[in-house]
Design a protein around this ligand. Sequence first.
Ligand SMILES: [Zn+2]
Length: 427
Amino acid sequence: MKALFAATLVFLILCSSLSYADSVNSQPSGSTPSAADSVALQSTTEKGGATEYPLTPERQLQLRSYARFVNIWRFVQFFVSIGLLALLLFTGLSARFRDWAGVARRKFWVTWLYLAIVMVVLYLLELPFDYYRGFVVESQYGFMNQTGGEWLLDTLKSLGLGIVFGIIPMWFFYYLINRVKRWWLVFSIGAIPLMIFFIVVAPVFIMPMFNKFEPLKDKQLESEILMLANKAGISGSHVYEVDASKQSSKINAYVTGLFGTKRIVLYDTLIKGFTPDEIKFVMGHEMGHYVMHHIWWGLGMAIVFIVFMLWLTDRTIHPVITRFRTRFKFDRLGDIASLPLVLIFLSVFSFVFQPVSNGLSRYFENQSDRYGMKISGVSGETAATAFEKLSAYNLADPDPNPLVEFWFYDHPALKKRIEAVRVLAGQ
Ligand SMILES: [Zn+2]
């Protein structure tokens, strides 16, 4: 589900050096690795080995410290990216990059070259932080199944994709600002086909650049999932397993794509660690997202958000440019050198308004949990165990501070989900 909200910030995602592989469900304002539709937790799986469920006392302690770290890092990530963007502005570097890009002569190529320079520079400046968060810490907690080199290669792929695709929203954005008074409205409307395009294309062309997607190997399980899909009235859907264990031992499943590219994806880690009934519940939950059109609702929400955030940017950004124009070395929003400033504004607004999108996401997740229970017909205990495993394998805090949940969680706290499925089963 988070994918929908990631789409909210298509502009941010594409124009900043965020990793595409994780962007499917990560926080819009950061590149925190997070899983697609699940419940954030973590596993001690050795490569291909046994997972730890139930949690040992040591793992319990690790869960707490990991949860604490993740929460602190949300802020570190946020302030680091704002700080680096501000650095590009206040040192006049952004304007200098624009001047360098001037060698390309034609406006379109200048814009693209500028974007490429900014993205590469940001990538390099953020690399130490990303490496620490995405590799070192993940290794410490036993999630990492990649070598440092493989990890680095994935981040380079993401950077390349960002440079290739980022030009689309960026060109459109500056083209409109220089010509249309209500550019924020036109941009948002224009972003609709763009977002649909990315949701359609990503599962077929982009995600396979990071992982291998195959039909389920377990034919018995596949036929059970297809039967479930039938019961849910979903026809022509495809069930894939992805070798997510290549990167991380965390567990997840998600639904993505639209039209012909829509697909249900199970992480191989899920297949390995869960019983068939638990998997059926998880997949029933994913089908709930299909059946209740959460992708479209999410998209609609995303549009509303984009309109609002861009409008707010337009209302507030001009005085800042005027105030610092000598330092920034640009004096209007229509100058491409303003990109870092635009990204700062969008990051701050999306951080501030996260509780709204996350609140809606949690509501969808609740609905899907109900649906999953109903369609799979599993017992409350089975569903509860599935959640407990997610918490154990992914080191997700089942019972976070309510404020943390309110602000940052796009899924309800696992403890609440567990209580809810038990109540549902008792009805
Ligand atoms: Zn979900």
